[in-house]
Design a protein around this ligand. Structure first.
Ligand SMILES: NC(=O)c1ccc[n+]([C@@H]2O[C@H](COP(=O)([O-])OP(=O)(O)OC[C@H]3O[C@@H](n4cnc5c(N)ncnc54)[C@H](O)[C@@H]3O)[C@@H](O)[C@H]2O)c1
Length: 475
């Protein structure tokens, strides 16, 4: 993890009765929101013309903003190629209609013609070949024209040439194939065995295996730390300017977070991946999707006392759980693997604060409805719509008025990639802008919280069923 900003907690506590700042939450690094540069502002007048293959780019649409290519600042400072290996040729790497994610697009903007994707590892060779062919038809051809496709990491290692030696790996394969110490599901350890200390970017969640494997994730985290690997995990919402402004308000006012209240209501009609609806494949909506808000809650509330997590769910087979616009055939999924429609959880943070999270599978259409509120004495920080158009409402002491802050040109996917690459290249003109905000170990803790919520909700579901059965009169 990158060096952190000093906080009020770095000094000793001053006297009995003095205010205690938020515990671990405000110890974590943060970034001055005004210093998170949107990717279309990455221009300086003295930058040389990019080579023809990277010029005259068409505008590219993202939910966060419409961009056209401008060479990055880094290009003026460093001229050598940046060799990277992508693991996974799916939506997170190359985009889809489902959302604004598309790592390759952010890499192209960050690195310009320096980007060289030396290998794309994916057992679905046809899919990998097809996405590369599409890239090669565009202005970013030079990043992909020599990319080689491999089914496995071992195949890549066996065929490695010196000029293709990577500087970094981006891991966007399904989480069921990673985050453990078991053969075939230990890509992080395999990469570090062949390339000790190489930089890793890993998508969330860190894994989706059974909960008894969580400890293996922490072993992976230890190996990553022991190797002094620059590692970032894709909890991109931490990089939102709005989130960093919330962090700044907490730090500057030396606040103690009292509670976090998070609501994540997805638009289920737009989720057409059968695996997402099957707990045995994706581990369920809290672990796969709600994880972003569980992670954000921890980012503000600090460490969770896992033993305190309690939860309830509305299940698919309860009357109120009926959904009329499902775009998958749920009858093809075994009943015990079908997902809950609502999961509501509360817990205690180690600081004493209370966390509250609800995940809802009820909305139709396309856009999600997500909000996170953070309360401290006299303060309410309310983050609304972070996926589509983030707005932050701030209520402060001395006034009932809510300040409204809008962040129209923010792209957290770009910021997380940009910060990670700056760390790899050791570009740290301003330490405030180069903080990796989620380490692998931190991500393991978010994963642990999501499993605790799922298990607590299943326990209370079973108790409820049992109690209902006991009170139902037999015919
Ligand atoms: N941060 C975000 O907002 C965000 C958004 C989308 C996806 N994701 C995450 O990214 C990851 C991938 O999701 P996706 O939507 O791209 O999935 P996807 O199904 O679209 O693509 C996954 C790809 O990985 C390939 N693959 C399977 N096994 C592999 C292996 N062992 N090694 C390498 N590749 C393998 C598949 O063939 C497929 O091409 C998931 O963890 C998901 O949660 C994060």
């Amino acid at each position: 993890m990158a060096s952190r900003r000093p906080s009020a907690l770095d000094g000793p506590m001053t006297g009995v009765g003095s205010r205690r700042a938020s515990e671990l939450s405000s110890r974590r690094p943060s970034i001055d929101p005004s210093k998170l540069v949107p990717m279309d502002k990455f221009s300086v007048s003295s930058i040389p013309e990019p080579p023809p293959s990277f010029s005259s780019s068409p505008p590219v649409h993202s939910h966060y903003k419409t961009y056209s290519f401008v060479p990055p600042v880094a290009m003026t400072l460093l001229v050598h190629d940046f060799n990277v290996v992508f693991v996974g040729a799916g939506n997170i790497m190359f985009g889809s209609d489902e959302g604004p994610w598309n790592h390759s697009f952010r890499f192209e903007h960050k690195l310009g013609p320096r980007l060289k994707v030396v290998a794309l590892i994916d057992p679905a060779v046809d899919r990998a070949t097809a996405v590369l062919a599409k890239k090669c038809e565009t202005f970013v051809r030079s990043a992909y024209e020599n990319t080689r496709v491999f089914r496995t990491l071992d195949d890549f290692v066996k065929n490695l040439s010196k000029k293709d030696t990577p500087r970094a790996f981006v891991i966007g394969s399904p989480p069921m194939y990673r985050g453990t110490t078991q053969p075939g599901r230990d890509i992080e350890l395999q990469i570090l065995k062949h390339f000790p200390g190489i930089a890793l970017f890993v998508e969330k969640p860190v894994a989706t295996g059974p909960s008894n494997e969580i400890e293996e994730g922490f072993k992976v985290a230890k190996t990553i730390n022991d190797n002094a690997t620059i590692c970032s995990v894709g909890y991109m919402l931490r990089y939102l300017k709005a989130v960093q402004m919330m962090k700044q308000i907490i730090d500057e006012n030396n606040l103690t977070v009292m509670t976090t209240i998070a609501r994540y209501a997805c638009a289920y009609e737009a989720i057409a991946k059968p695996d997402w609806w099957n707990k045995s494949k994706s581990a369920g909506p809290i672990i796969e999707q709600g994880t972003h808000f569980c992670d954000l809650s921890r980012y503000f509330g600090g460490e969770v006392d896992i033993s305190t997590v309690v939860a309830h769910s509305l299940e698919w087979d309860e009357n109120a759980g009926h959904l009329s616009k499902l775009n998958v055939d749920e009858t093809a999924i075994p009943p015990e693997d079908r997902i809950p429609r609502v999961t509501s959880a509360t817990w205690k943070y180690e600081s004493g604060a209370v966390g509250n999270f609800i995940h809802v599978v009820a909305l139709q259409g396309h856009d999600y409805s997500c909000e996170l509120e953070v309360y401290a004495d006299g303060y309410q920080l309310k983050l609304v719509n972070p996926y589509v158009q983030p707005v932050l409402y701030v209520r402060k002491p001395g006034n009932d008025h809510e300040e409204v802050h809008k962040f129209p040109d923010d792209d957290p996917f770009f910021s997380e990639i940009s910060v990670w690459i700056d760390n790899i290249e050791d570009i740290e003109e301003d330490p405030d802008t180069a903080q990796i905000l989620c380490s692998y170990e931190d991500a393991c803790r978010s994963y642990q919280l999501t499993w605790a919520i799922r298990e607590a909700s299943e326990r209370s579901r079973d108790e409820h069923r049992k109690a209902k059965k006991a009170t139902t009169p037999t015919a």
